[in-house]
Design a protein around this ligand. Structure first.
Ligand code: IVH
Length: 676
């Protein structure tokens, strides 16, 4: 065949494939059968392999886009995808509003408008648009990094692929929920436990053609990064979304006042059963974007929003046994083993009994018939006992006074916040002397948010512990791989893989390392705060020598409870040994200050007295966001003393003596180019 004819044939086939792709992905329409499509593709690939001169860029042999590979590519969210704090009662809402007014330093009664949006129980997704074109779609992932599920999202009709409205930002990441309507789920009942699973499963199909078969819907409700969005509040943003062609929740409302939020909540809860989509609560967002900005975030959730959850699903079952589980912090948690039942599409066979007091208060006994409740992602729990069905031989459960794992005494601590004895009973052993606690600590150490060692799951931790291959965290980096290779279920390749994943994680950031240690009350967010403060591992470790525990109270977000827990950690000599050993084995990355060059760089501040325009918490947040430091006492190191009403006289006098600059709230705000 002549070269020209071959080339023409080849181009024709590619054009056809592209046409089919466009119909399929943009209009969700198949112009040909799967077989015809596959044959056409095979023709193109076979032509390319025969003739070197055929090499078009848009050949299906080069397009990996439309059919994602086995594992989805990952991409960082420019703006993290946060989660929401939960509220269950009117009191929770009152507290939520109080916290906001306090933070903003507003008087009680200050009216806040909320965008009240029924919370669809689906899967969140982030859609990135550039110049009006949908260019990439990500799953939430861990909130920081998501999976590139563009091709699957492309099959959803509700997602506009091109937006030409003039006021549509040049760049924006529109976020919302992918879900399945209940009426559509009817046909999928055999395959999935509930609509949410069906949505999640189909969104993460390796093949978009499988996703396309499932009628997924999309409702938009927020955004991540944006460039040139000209909207001042959430309700206007929702209106804009509609104009741009997105679906929004028809039950969204603008409401102020907790009483009115409750009224709306009750109305929607009544309608809930008749809706064609599952909702598990209502999201309230402070409507004004400038207030949202001031409020910022705590841990993984915004201060300006909350999810008011509906009460959950309930079912009747029977308690077969009560077991005590021991957690990494030594907490003894009673768990009821119940006759398996299906609650809201999920098979439940365990229910937490929380603690000893709960068992006594509800008089829960083995053999009892009980009502089990399951709300959202929360662990199922026992709501109440059906006393009419109680048999005489259902004996009271005696809570163990000694740790079932190591025999140490169990204790109830005094809680500094509630000023009461803790309801939770704990094993009083320290460090790694209790088997169950040690194993749980090691599980935490390798877990996803800690060292994230691929292939080092909970079962492996348990197994290696039993075989005495690991006892302390440092043992993980000094494993005897020859022994492991000889173990049942292990081979050369799996050992190589394990070795590789472990070695890979020897490079670790300070914040992950601190989190991995499993210090009580030091979660991800606190670990981050601590690593920002200490900057180096050496500084952190030196706490055992400097004993400057109280200085940690200057960190916004760290309180007495956390400080006491850190102190206890450093008091146990085995913990110091673990730190020393880890230091030898790991390459601990120095913590980078994210905003190194803020307006308040290298300046230190202390606040005294009450301010009226701004709360102390906001001042602290502003200082830290702008790379400044807050300190707890007047010393030569202090640069500015911010004074409000009724300041501490002594602080002012010492500041004057040391010639420290004394400013008021207005001057402070001016330093940040913020007029009050
Ligand atoms: S706003 C920073 N708005 O709820 C605020 N989320 O628990 C977080 N969700 O991951 C997102 N309806 O999947 C927002 N109207 C709504 C929502 C909503 C459902 C989900 C979303 C998010 C989760 C947070």
């Amino acid at each position: 065949m002549n070269k020209k004819i071959i080339q023409r044939e080849y181009k024709k086939k590619i054009k056809l494939i592209n046409k089919y792709n466009n119909f399929y992905f943009d209009k969700s329409e198949s112009l040909v059968s799967d077989k015809e499509y596959d044959d056409l593709k095979k023709d193109v690939i076979s032509l390319e392999s025969r003739y070197d001169f055929l090499n078009l860029k848009n050949s299906p042999s080069k397009l990996v886009g439309h059919k994602p590979s086995k594992n989805f590519k990952k991409a960082i969210h420019k703006v993290p995808m946060l989660s929401l704090a939960n509220a269950f009662s009117e009191q929770d809402l009152i507290n939520f509003e109080k916290k906001i007014t306090n933070f903003l330093s507003k008087k009680e009664g200050f009216e806040i408008s909320y965008s009240a949006e029924p919370k669809i129980d689906g899967i969140s997704a982030s859609l990135i648009y550039e110049n009006g074109n949908f260019v990439m779609g990500l799953s939430r992932g861990d909130g920081k990094e998501g999976e590139d599920i563009t091709d699957n999202l492309n099959t959803i009709k509700d997602i506009p692929k091109k937006i030409s409205s003039k006021d549509f930002p040049d760049e924006i990441d529109i976020r919302g929920e992918v879900f399945i309507q209940n009426s559509d789920f009817e046909y999928l009942k055999d395959k999935f436990a509930n609509p949410r699973n069906a949505a999640s499963g189909s969104l993460r199909q390796k093949n978009p053609e499988d996703t396309k078969k499932i009628p997924l819907k999309f409702i938009a409700y927020t955004f991540g990064f944006e460039n040139s969005l000209k909207v001042q509040n959430q309700s206007d943003y929702l209106k804009k979304l509609k104009q741009w062609g997105f679906k929004i929740n028809p039950l969204n409302k603008l409401i102020s006042g907790v009483k009115n939020l409750i009224e709306n909540y009750n109305e929607i809860e009544k309608k809930r059963a008749d809706l064609d989509f599952d909702i598990d609560g209502i999201v309230y967002k402070v409507n004004d974007f400038s207030l949202q900005k001031r409020l910022g975030n705590v841990a993984n959730a915004p201060r300006w929003a909350v999810a008011h959850k509906f009460s959950s699903n309930k079912a009747v079952s029977q308690i077969k046994d009560i077991e005590i589980q021991i957690g990494r912090t030594g907490a003894l948690t009673p768990v009821a083993k119940i006759k398996p039942i299906n609650i809201g599409g999920v098979q439940v066979s365990n229910a937490t009994l929380h603690n000893e007091d709960e068992i006594i208060r509800k008089d829960i006994r083995i053999g009892d018939t009980v009502i089990v409740e399951r709300a959202g992602d929360v662990i199922p729990h026992i709501l109440s006992v059906d006393f009419k069905k109680r048999k005489k031989d259902n004996l009271k459960f005696i809570f163990p006074e000694k740790c079932p794992s190591c025999g140490s005494k169990t204790i109830k601590e005094f809680n500094l916040t509630t000023k009461k004895e803790d309801a939770v009973r704990r094993c009083s052993s320290e460090g790694y002397s209790c088997e169950k606690i040690s194993v749980e600590k090691l599980k935490h150490f390798v877990s996803k948010e800690a060292f994230n060692i691929d292939g080092f799951g909970k079962k492996i931790v348990e197994n290696f512990w039993k075989l005495k291959l690991i006892k302390f965290p440092q043992d993980i980096f000094q494993l005897d791989y020859n022994i492991i290779e000889g173990l049942e279920g292990w081979g050369k390749l799996s050992v190589e893989n394990l070795k590789y994943s472990i070695n890979e994680k020897k490079n670790i950031s300070l914040e992950r390392l601190i989190y991995s240690l499993g210090i009580r009350h030091i979660g991800l967010e606190n670990a981050k705060l601590l690593s920002k403060y200490f900057k180096t591992f050496q500084n952190f470790k030196n706490l055992s020598k400097t004993n400057k525990f109280n200085d940690l109270l200057n960190i916004d977000g760290i309180g007495e409870t956390q400080v006491n827990s850190i102190k206890n950690f450093f008091l146990v000599s085995i913990n110091l040994k673990v730190l020393n050993e880890l230091e030898k084995l790991l390459n601990i990355k120095v913590s980078k200050n994210e905003k190194k060059n803020g307006l308040l760089k290298d300046k230190s501040f202390l606040v005294t007295g009450k301010m009226d325009k701004i709360s102390r918490a906001e001042v602290k947040a502003l200082i830290e966001d702008n790379s400044g430091i807050t300190v707890s006492s007047v010393s030569k190191k202090l640069n500015y003393l911010i004074t409000g009403e009724k300041p501490t006289k002594k602080k002012i006098e010492s500041a004057k003596a040391l010639k420290i600059k004394i400013i008021d709230q207005y001057e402070f705000l001016r330093m940040l180019n913020k007029t009050s």
